[in-house]
Design a protein around this ligand. Sequence first.
Ligand SMILES: [Ca+2]
Ligand SMILES: [Ca+2]
Length: 226
Amino acid sequence: MKSVVLSAALVLSAPAAAAGPNLVTNGNFSDGNTGFTSDYDYRAPGNYGPALAQALYAIDTDAFLTHPAWASFADNTGDAAGLYFIANGAGFDSIAWAQTINVIAGFRYNFSAFAANLCCNANQAPPNFSQLSLQADRGSGFETIVDLTLSEVGMWIAISGDYVNGQNTTLALRIVNGNTVAGGNDFALDDLSFNVVPEPQSWTMLIAGFGLVGAAMRRRATAVTA
Ligand SMILES: [Ca+2]
Ligand SMILES: [Ca+2]
């Protein structure tokens, strides 16, 4: 009887349009330098030297605090910590951010982020662009979900693309720097998100899965009481 109530509650709570919970840990960087890996080396606040050098990253509240040539702007999240990811893009193909998450086989997901081009502020020339690629690996090598070229300086731009998981229960995510001209290929990231896309078939599968569990529990309960 309990399992029947559980199934009914899931049907009632299945949202019609809202995305699933964000599966990225520390996607808004409010917890600082934790939850992800990077090809770049980290520098803590106060350890930037005269400027954050090539292939280094920081987690701070304003890119201008880390490099005098970069734009000054606040984080995209607007939370109390106000932190975001700030990278001096390297002169080689490199992974800026990577994280492995748990997923459900066969589901469609959406990978999204906000990114900003950092170089250069009004006192510095010439500007350069940033090229970023959001990628995922469901077991057969990394595939590009979406590419983005950033030319405006100091402005958060949304990146978003869908990805259908295979039969994996874990998925490797990464954001790759695609502009290898090191001078000015610098960028910021904030509010990384990976969510289930609320397709009707996804919810149907989820609810059907719980229904099967419920049916199994009912059969077991019947066997015990018989
Ligand atoms: Ca943030
Ligand atoms: Ca650079």
